[in-house]
Design a protein around this ligand. Structure first.
Ligand SMILES: [Ca+2]
Ligand SMILES: [Ca+2]
Length: 255
C-alpha cells in the first residue's frame, strides 16, 4: 500500500455526510427527475484536508499518482485543459461516493455528466449564485465558485472547470478530479477556496443529461434533500495529516 506520508487525526474516521439513496431531483421543484441512474445518486461525502508537502506532494501531484488525463488501474484523473500546478500546503480532498460506478465516461452514450463541488468561499452572500425561474432547485444556489467535472462519453473525455459565479467567467484552476468506480474525489488546493478551509461552506452535486436539459431525460442529486438546505462545512477534526493513497482514492476514513 502506497503511503502518502501524512498522519491521521484522532477523529477523521467518523467524519462524513450521508445521503439517502434514490432521492433524485431535477433543478426545478415542479419537475420530477426523469433519469434515475445510480452513478448520479450520492450516498456519502467525505471531506478531508490533507497537507501536501515534500514526498507526499511529489508522489501525489507531481510525479504523479494523480496525473492529468492518466488512467492508473481503476482510476482516471481529469484536470482543466490548461491546469495550474498543485501548490504545496493544504488541499481539500472531497470524495463523493455514488450508488453505482460511473459507466458513462466510456460507453459512447449521449449521456453528459456534471459532478460539482460548489462553495461559498468568502462568507459574503453578495457574490453568491441566485436561482433563476423556474430553476428554484438550481444545484449551485448560494455559492460563489464552482469546480465541475464534466464528461462527454461520445468523445470519451472528462475535464475540470472552475467558474466564478458572480461573473460566470472561467477561472484557471489546479483542481484535479479522480474517478475510480463509484468514487469521485475533488482535489482542490486551499488557496482556491480562500485559504481558510474551516471558513468555507459547500455542497456537492451530480447530474446527468443528454444535452437538452429536459427534465424527462435528466436527473441528479445533492447532499441533502435539495439545494435550498443550508450548505455544509468541514467538520472540526477533519484535518488529516497522514493517510494512505488507497484511502484517499476510495474515500475511506482513516484511523
Ligand atoms: Ca460568497
Ligand atoms: Ca440527496
Amino acid at each position: 500500500m502506497l503511503r502518502a506520508g501524512v498522519r491521521p487525526s484522532d477523529v477523521a474516521d467518523s467524519v462524513y455526510f450521508g445521503d439517502p439513496v434514490l432521492d433524485y431531483i431535477f433543478s426545478a421543484r415542479m419537475y420530477a427527475a426523469g433519469r434515475m441512474s445510480g452513478f448520479v445518486d450520492q450516498i456519502r461525502l467525505y471531506p478531508r484536508v490533507i497537507r501536501l508537502r515534500g514526498d507526499a506532494h511529489n508522489e501525489l501531484v507531481r510525479n504523479t499518482v494523480f496525473e492529468c488525463g492518466a488512467t492508473v488501474g481503476p482510476m482516471t484523473t481529469a484536470c482543466a485543459d490548461s491546469p495550474l500546478p498543485v501548490p504545496e500546503g493544504e488541499v481539500l480532498f472531497a470524495t463523493m461516493q455514488l450508488a453505482e460506478p460511473i459507466t458513462a465516461l466510456t460507453d459512447g452514450s449521449a449521456d453528459q455528466l456534471v459532478y460539482a463541488f460548489v462553495a461559498d468561499t468568502d462568507g459574503d452572500p453578495s457574490n453568491d449564485w441566485v436561482a433563476n425561474e423556474p430553476f428554484d432547485w438550481d444545484y449551485f444556489i448560494g455559492t460563489d465558485n464552482w469546480w465541475e467535472l464534466r464528461t462527454d462519453a461520445t468523445a470519451g473525455r472528462a475535464w475540470v472547470t472552475r467558474t466564478d459565479a458572480a461573473t460566470l467567467s472561467q477561472v484557471p484552476t489546479a483542481a484535479r478530479v479522480a474517478i475510480s468506480g463509484s468514487a469521485i474525489t475533488f482535489i482542490i488546493p486551499a488557496d482556491e477556496l480562500g485559504d481558510d478551509l474551516a471558513a468555507i461552506s459547500f455542497r456537492t452535486s451530480s447530474f446527468v443529461h443528454d444535452g437538452t436539459f429536459q427534465p424527462e431525460v435528466s436527473g441528479g442529486d445533492v447532499i441533502g434533500a435539495n439545494p435550498t438546505e443550508p450548505l455544509l462545512t468541514i467538520p472540526a477534526g477533519t484535518e488529516v495529516v497522514e493517510t494512505t493513497l488507497e484511502d484517499i482514492i476510495e474515500g475511506k476514513p482513516t484511523g
